[in-house]
Design a protein around this ligand. Sequence first.
Ligand SMILES: *Cc1c(COP(=O)(O)O)cnc(C)c1O
Length: 427
Amino acid sequence: MSEDRPEFDCAMPENPEIRRLDEWDGQRLRRLADEYASPLYVLDLQRVRENYRRLFAAFPDADVHFAAKANTARPVLRTLHSEGAGIECASAGEAVRALDAGVPSERVQYTAVNPPAEDLDLVVGRWEDGADDLTITVGALDTLDRLESRGYDGRLCVRVNPGVGAGHHEKVATGADAKFGVPYERAGEALAEAADRGFDVVGIHAHAGSGISGEDLDSHRELVSRMGDLARDSPVDLEFVDIGGGFGVPYREDEDPLDLDAVADATRAALGEIDATLVIEPGRYLVADAGVLLTTVNTVKPAPDTRVVGVDSGMTTLLRPAMYDAYHPIRNVAANAADRPAVAQTVTGPICESADVFCTDRSIAECRRGDMLAIGNAGAYGYEMASQYNSRPRPATVVLDRGQEAVARRRETIDDVTRLEQEVEWL
Ligand SMILES: *Cc1c(COP(=O)(O)O)cnc(C)c1O
């Protein structure tokens, strides 16, 4: 190929930094909700792939691990694995999901934050049973005792508390929180001790919380530079330095996407020369804009100050607005919505909690009973945080991939919700 000819990927002529809610095909969304029932999570695997490829292009030397807690649907794990991603697991359950999705153990990393005994039993059990190249990341020295007592002497990474944090909300800034990782000053000792005790020490890890944005680059630089220093001072040879995830996505329509090249440049400059592979661990960035939640309008109620629009999903379906005051774009995808005036509306769910509100007084095309609404950027931490509170079954997830579609998770029924009830005989 001649040097001056631009590279052209036929499968992806363009790869925009963000897919806005307006860009989803309203007619297709309506048809999906009709076919698979509402509420419904829709996830576009091709968009997941695009997000991976854009990130990988900005960090060509890095190994990308997907933080599975953002979305554990098996097709997502498979798609990202086949693109080359490793899988970062926050629990034994996620590690089991990754392994059972066919991800080889050398691409599975389990980060044990205050791990329950059952989690260690399960992961070490899988390690003994053939998953012998998985990596366990420990965030406290006493986890080494717990691994040793189970006979584990496999690949080990030490999570470091870098003493700096970032995040879009106080509940997701973990770097400076003492719960996460070995204190920075003691990290060298921890590495030496782990190696002495016979573990196969392979890496160091830190994660500063979620929400790296243009404004947060200073704390990102600080974290990365500390990790670079630690890698150069490490008493053991390291295979990788994992600087965590937290790559932000624009939730608001007028917010700019993350400048990945700027983040990559800042990362490289702050890290300096290291004799180890850089690992990044995005969750949200890879899946957020690949997903929407479809929900139907049940009730429309004019109130003195607003128009209350009741929909068939709520904080049990998508928790982020109630938990983090998160903004999610909302679009009325009814066939004739474009012909209606935009009016201030408050979209609420059916849960008996005043926090069960998706937006307040937001300007949206006037909603009528039976309309379908799409809630955008719902691919990350949407289904994963869904609950059965108020005895609400969780919705289905449908995955799309170019022209194809399939149910990845079926909709729960009331029987699923009550399945675990036992008859208490003495009542
Ligand atoms: C949650 C988490 C991530 C991913 O965070 P995002 O904001 O979704 O990118 C990465 N690493 C660890 C250890 C995490 O706990």
